[in-house]
Design a protein around this ligand. Structure first.
Ligand SMILES: *Cc1c(COP(=O)(O)O)cnc(C)c1O
Length: 219
């Protein structure tokens, strides 16, 4: 069940830091999403294209949908005409596909580069030591219909707060480094998406500008 009080607490902490809240609605019912909407939430995050499309049919048109989970290139076409922000760009192939589908739809699609910092092994996210190569390859692309608005990252799944903090510090450092080196003339590169239910307060302290919070908003 949606918990309005908890939503308001998270929302207030965001406001304090001028950060944005993406309410992660994955696995939640359409009814729960309607309650979120009634409370004022407009930015919703989903991690599966199929689930997003199904829910979207039943909800208001002015919701900004964020794709926060891994995105396969062959699914881009299903979301290209409406997606607000794709947080999970971690391959050149995916960027090329987003450019293609955005152009077809006569849109510019906003994306974040997902960087992998957590200790857990993961197939997803650009690793720190691959980031420079990734940027060099990215510079060779025609991205007339893609706007890179920043970076997304996740901390390790651990109770060790200091480890989480140091990973978020690293996220902020990489964000600043990439912005300075590649986006100095581009004010659109200004989003650092980090922080979830268990660690969003640490993320805000370490410079997150957008948190993705789901389970904490529900009982
Ligand atoms: C599920 C998910 C979240 C939200 O996680 P909670 O712990 O429920 O807040 C944030 N980011 C991504 C990428 C997710 O998949």
């Amino acid at each position: 069940m949606f918990n309005l009080t908890k939503y308001q607490v998270v929302k207030a902490k965001c406001l304090e830091k001028s950060a944005q809240l993406v309410a992660v609605s994955k696995t939640r019912s359409v009814e729960e999403l309607k309650e979120l909407y009634s409370s004022g939430a407009r930015a919703f995050g989903e991690n599966r294209v199929q689930e997003l499309l199904e829910k979207r049919k039943h909800l208001a048109q002015d919701i900004e949908w964020h794709l926060i989970g891994h995105l396969q290139s062959n699914k881009v076409k299903y979301i290209a005409d409406f997606i607000h922000l794709i947080h999970s760009v971690d391959s050149i192939r995916l960027l090329v596909e987003i450019q293609k589908e955005a152009k077809k739809n006569d849109r510019v699609i906003a994306v974040l580069l997902q960087v992998h910092l957590a200790q857990e092994e993961s197939k997803f996210g650009i690793k720190e030591n691959e980031l420079e190569d990734f940027m060099q390859n990215l510079l060779k692309l025609d991205l007339s219909h893609v706007q890179i608005q920043g970076m997304m990252t996740m901390a390790s799944f651990t109770d060790d707060k200091e480890q989480i903090r140091s990973e978020f510090k690293k996220g902020k450092q990489l964000f600043t480094r990439i912005r300075t080196k590649y986006f100095a003339m581009d004010s659109a590169f200004n989003i650092l998406s980090m922080g979830m239910s268990g660690d969003y307060e640490i993320a805000l302290e370490e410079g997150s500008t957008m948190i993705r919070v789901g389970s904490l908003l529900f009982d």
